[in-house]
Design a protein around this ligand. Sequence first.
Ligand code: S3P
Length: 183
Amino acid sequence: MIEKHTQSIAGNLKKPIALVGMMGAGKSYIGQKLAKALDCEFHDSDACIEQQVGKAIAQIFSNDGEQAFRAMEQDVIYGLLSKKNVVIATGGGAVTTSETLGALKQKGVMIWLNPSLDTIWSRIKDEGHRPLLDCDHPQDVLENLMDKRRDLYAQAHIQIDDNVLTSEKSVEQVIKAINEHLA
Ligand code: S3P
């Protein structure tokens, strides 16, 4: 099944595929599977920043602040968007920088992975590496962030509302949606 859709994309894919969405939306997980299925490189913007700066994201937030992190994120995403045949997993807040959002829309096929907040919370509640949720009421913060970001994510070319993160099915769904978008 995946093979059939992959064939339709081959040759049509002139822009990088950029996955956006909240923390825990599955951008890195799906992105890696998608890149494999499409025979593309996979890049995770957070991982690229950590590699370039030599610090963990949480450390960058606490040492340099969110604004400095967003500037680094913008630079890294600009660089990734200039590559060919890539799938990019962006950080959940990348869309909050208007220049980054503009570049994602213009230079990429922007895909919003949008599982429900309950699903997201169940995935991330036991993880401790996200600086914005390192607070007393992380679930409330998550909801507030989503309220602020929903309209930004919604500017994506493609929206996938999918709570079932079984790799085969989700990747298939994303590939089908990309084909429909490119048709
Ligand atoms: C952030 C999401 C994180 C990371 C940073 C900020 C956000 O990436 O970029 O902690 O603002 O939502 P993931 O979406 O990969 O968790």
